[in-house]
Design a protein around this ligand. Structure first.
Ligand code: SF4
Ligand code: SF4
Length: 307
């Protein structure tokens, strides 16, 4: 089921980093949105910008335009605000697609605690991705680059939640769904034999499910365009079989249920699929299910090598 999302005029700010809690109206407070890069203490955006304008301390590289971009990237758009307002009226929990592709416990932490504040340095990789998207959006014609938000109500599946997702580009005329990903590497993308990554395929399949449930039909072709600062590569994503599509739907419902119906004092079990997910997880300090990365083997010294 698709929900129409009429624009609303008020200007609200999301909690940092796109967590699944409702946006905080900017008129209520002006809360810190990130940590100072130097002191690691929470700092309000206006105070941070004033510091940047007035000769920030050594050790901080964040100039006003970058900080303004960071603040702007945390604002919720009209469609998202309409989704949260609809969800509040209906008493359902909004979950983002990103909550369905990663660790269940991480998504639960994000829902009940909100995402912890980060330093601009730590946020930089995601902000860089947003800058890429915004640049494409402003330079490309709407007919070829149109981000669209969708929401699907899970109550018909027995879960008091709704899945909200934003599709980078879908052309109903050709049935082609394209997702854009930025990668933090200087290596040629042709040197990555494992593209598309498994979790990116899972994400694109969820977008396909969203489009179908929203009444736009299942895509006839799916692809991911990977971009780095020096390279670009578009790779096809295989369409799921009919059984695969059923599996995707069952996974979405099961995961959403596990997140929203978890015991509020215990939470669901962590199910990160790879060590890197725990390594970069903002909740790892509190998490009992954190995967342990085995220490790297020590390099042999010259003496040891001789022996
Ligand atoms: S400009 Fe840099 S040093 Fe100053 S408050 Fe902001 S992050 Fe901290
Ligand atoms: S530390 Fe790992 S298992 Fe725990 S919430 Fe984070 S990603 Fe999940």
């Amino acid at each position: 089921m698709a929900i129409s999302t009429p624009p609303t005029p008020d200007d609200t700010q999301t909690k940092p980093n796109g967590n699944d809690a409702a946006p905080v109206p900017a008129t209520l407070t002006s809360p810190p949105l990130w940590l100072c890069d130097v002191t690691k203490e929470p700092v309000a955006p206006d105070a941070c910008l004033a510091c940047a304008r007035n000769g920030r301390p050594e050790g901080c590289s964040f100039t006003p335009p970058i900080l303004e971009a960071l603040r702007s990237s945390m604002k919720s758009d009209a469609a998202l605000r309409a989704i949260y307002s609809w969800a509040a009226q209906q008493d359902v929990t909004v979950l983002r697609v990103s909550s369905l592709t990663g660790c269940t416990r991480k998504a639960w932490y994000r829902l009940i605690q909100g995402t912890p504040l980060e330093t601009p340095s730590r946020h930089w990789a995601r902000l860089r991705g947003t800058i890429f998207h915004k640049a494409l959006e402003s330079m490309a014609d709407e007919t070829v680059m149109a981000e669209q938000r969708f929401i699907v109500d899970l109550r018909p599946f027995g879960v008091k939640a709704a899945i909200a997702g934003m599709v980078d580009h879908y052309d109903p005329a050709t049935g082609v769904l394209t997702d854009l990903k930025t990668m933090n590497t200087w290596k040629k993308l042709s040197q990555y034999p494992d593209l598309p990554h498994k979790h990116h395929i899972a994400q694109v399949w969820i977008y396909g499910w969203l489009l179908e449930k929203a009444g736009l039909g299942y895509p006839r072709k799916m692809e991911i365009t990977y971009m780095t600062m020096g390279d670009i590569r578009t790779v096809p994503v295989g369409l799921p079989t009919p059984e695969g599509k059923q599996y995707v739907e069952a996974r979405i419902v099961a995961k959403a249920k596990a997140i929203v119906e978890a015991d509020p004092t215990q939470g669901p079990k962590g199910d990160a699929q790879a060590d890197w997910e725990c390594r970069y997880c903002l909740f790892k300090a509190a998490c009992p299910d954190k995967r342990k990365t085995p220490p790297k083997p020590k390099k042999k010294t010259a003496k040891a090598k001789k022996g």
